[in-house]
Design a protein around this ligand. Structure first.
Ligand code: ZN
Ligand code: ZN
Length: 375
């Protein structure tokens, strides 16, 4: 695994030289260590909403498979690569996971603290997202020359980790926001009518209501300069892929989530409809940033696809402040901010003007220091 010179963290992973297997070994070994820690400290490291639904025996088998595969890929790398660093690191991480108790750590009853970190959510989402989306990006790439570990991947991985670890805090803060500020507006009769509708109808309504609020918030972040400085962080990646969408300032994360959750809470949709919506946006949010030209056909007109959202991130003049919707393109058509450009993809991505700092903390402070640029 070699990083390019010039400060870039881009890593080339040519086939057959033991770097792909070495990287996979480290990846699975590191996730295994984190997973074992979740079994040891579930009260602090797991998400209450998730752990209630866990098929624990299945997760233990997944953990065991992760450790075995980490050793397998580590050994493969040792065979193929002249440098033994990667191979040994993957095997060492798997051995640490085993030394910590592996898949056999007993979980005792515990009292849950008010807030916990989502290490379980990070491990499971990263495993599932990387498995599915790296596959899609290799099979149907938009820019085949763009490596999986492209420039800026470490920063985006840091954003990905922070947003997943902080899922409990975000949930608590946004629920508190909507219930304490808008609790007075809850109407039981209205909620009863909404909940009595068929599931599919409720799901479509949640999507529409949530996307309408998201549209308003997103557009405000583009048009109000003090808000744009927060949102510019999401627009600064110059390469699009499944990981780049996680680059988001925590103020925006809280603001948009609180905004979207409030009408959904007030209207009182059924738990099944809200859960389906959360799963949908979880997958959709990653997919629309992906480096893929997977053909969606007519679906392109109905739901937001990578093509639609790539144009939102484009630095090309024709696409500035267009395609705000996260799920339903019809909302941009309604408000006159739709750009189609069928059959064409953007030339470049990122903010126009002065570039943002490239470090996590530099970007954290950036909105408070003033800034410029637009996309
Ligand atoms: Zn935007
Ligand atoms: Zn985006």
């Amino acid at each position: 695994m070699t990083a390019r010179p010039g400060g870039s963290d881009e890593v080339s992973l040519p086939f057959g030289q033991g770097r792909i297997s070495g990287t996979l070994g480290i990846f699975l070994g590191a996730l295994s260590v984190l997973a074992v820690l979740c079994f040891h400290f579930p009260e602090y490291l797991t998400t209450p909403e998730l752990r209630r639904a866990y098929p624990v025996d299945v997760l233990r088998w997944v953990l065991l498979a992760g450790m075995v595969l980490a050793v397998f890929f580590g050994a493969l790398s040792l065979l193929l690569s002249p440098s033994k660093r990667l191979g040994f690191a993957g095997i060492a991480l798997a051995l640490v996971a085993q030394w910590l108790g592996g898949a056999h750590v007993e979980v005792d009853a515990f009292d849950a603290p008010v807030v916990s970190f989502g290490f379980d959510w990070l491990v499971l989402a990263l495993l599932a997202n990387s498995l599915v989306f790296v596959f899609i990006e290799r099979v149907w790439p938009l820019r085949a020359e763009q490596p999986t570990l492209r420039r800026g991947w470490r920063l985006d991985l840091a954003y990905y980790a922070v947003s997943h670890l902080g899922v409990g805090v975000v949930l608590l803060a946004t629920t508190f926001f909507s219930e304490s500020l808008f609790g007075w507006a809850v109407n039981d009769d209205l909620q009863g009518v909404i909940r009595s509708q068929p599931f599919l109808l409720q799901l479509i309504e949640v999507l529409f209501v949530a996307d309408l609020t998201q549209y308003a918030g997103h557009r405000a972040m583009h048009e109000i300069p003090s808000l744009w400085r927060f949102h510019a962080v999401h627009h600064c990646p110059e390469a699009m892929d499944w990981l780049s969408g996680s680059r988001m300032h925590f103020v925006e994360l809280l603001l948009i989530r609180a905004l979207v959750i409030t009408p959904v809470y007030l209207l009182g949709f059924s738990e099944a409809a809200v859960n389906a919506y959360v799963i949908w946006v979880g997958i959709q949010g990653v997919l629309i940033h992906s480096n893929t030209r997977i053909p969606f056909g007519w679906l392109d007109q109905l739901v937001v696809t990578p093509h639609f959202h790539h144009w939102h991130h484009a630095a090309d003049a024709e696409a500035i402040d267009r395609n705000y919707a996260a799920n339903l393109p019809v909302i941009d058509r309604l408000f006159g901010t739709y750009v189609g450009n069928r059959g064409r993809w953007p030339e470049r991505y990122g903010v126009v003007g002065k570039p943002l700092p490239e470090s996590f903390f530099g970007q954290l402070l950036y909105p408070f220091m003033g800034g410029s640029g637009k996309s």
